[in-house]
Design a protein around this ligand. Sequence first.
Ligand code: G6P
Ligand code: MG
Length: 219
Amino acid sequence: SKKAFIFDLDGVVVDTAKFHFVAWQRLAVSLGINFTEEENEQLKGVSRVRSLEKILKWGNKEIDQKTFEEKLIQKNEEYLEMVETLTQEDILPGVHDFLLRLRESEQPIALGSASKNARPILKKLGIYDLFDAIVDGTDVSKAKPDPEVFLNACQLLNMPAKNAVVFEDSIAGVQAANNAGMISIGLGDQKNLSEADEVFESFLEMPTDYQHQLLNKTK
Ligand code: G6P
Ligand code: MG
């Protein structure tokens, strides 16, 4: 049977989560705020604007609208400088092969990301054409854990939500998938992603028979 396979981008398809972290950390330091790795987990999957709001709240800091916007521009410029260094080597282990296997078996594939940089990053990595549908931060108004991004992806693939499998590295993203009634698969640390239906350290650790089972699984 067919499933909709929906991939988050940062931290699932490509190793850019570390770039976001570095750029947010610099921004926070420039405001005299220090935030922890634990807090950073809560920024994963969260839009640019919402992320800065959270950092300011944690740091008990208020800035005017103009500074807010300038800080976001600067954060993105620094992030994009790091993105410039990306090559195919930065595609996370096992992802490329898994995508190719899905295509071979004609499974519908979508990207569901909060990032406004998703399309250029996929193009830079040469994997843009592997996706049948792309929904990113330029397409949605409600941020994860709202299910909008994944529901839109399903709609574009013409598949019901209950037949969707979502791959996520973020707490907010796992919650968004669960809120959409989709199977949620966490990539990363079990202790952060305990709300996911299943967690693997990477795609390399996902057993072949589990991949086959996925095709028949519903929530
Ligand atoms: C993803 C990442 C977040 C990032 C957000 C917005 O969800 O996990 O760390 O802040 O996208 O990305 P953007 O590239 O638009 O700043
Ligand atoms: Mg992510």
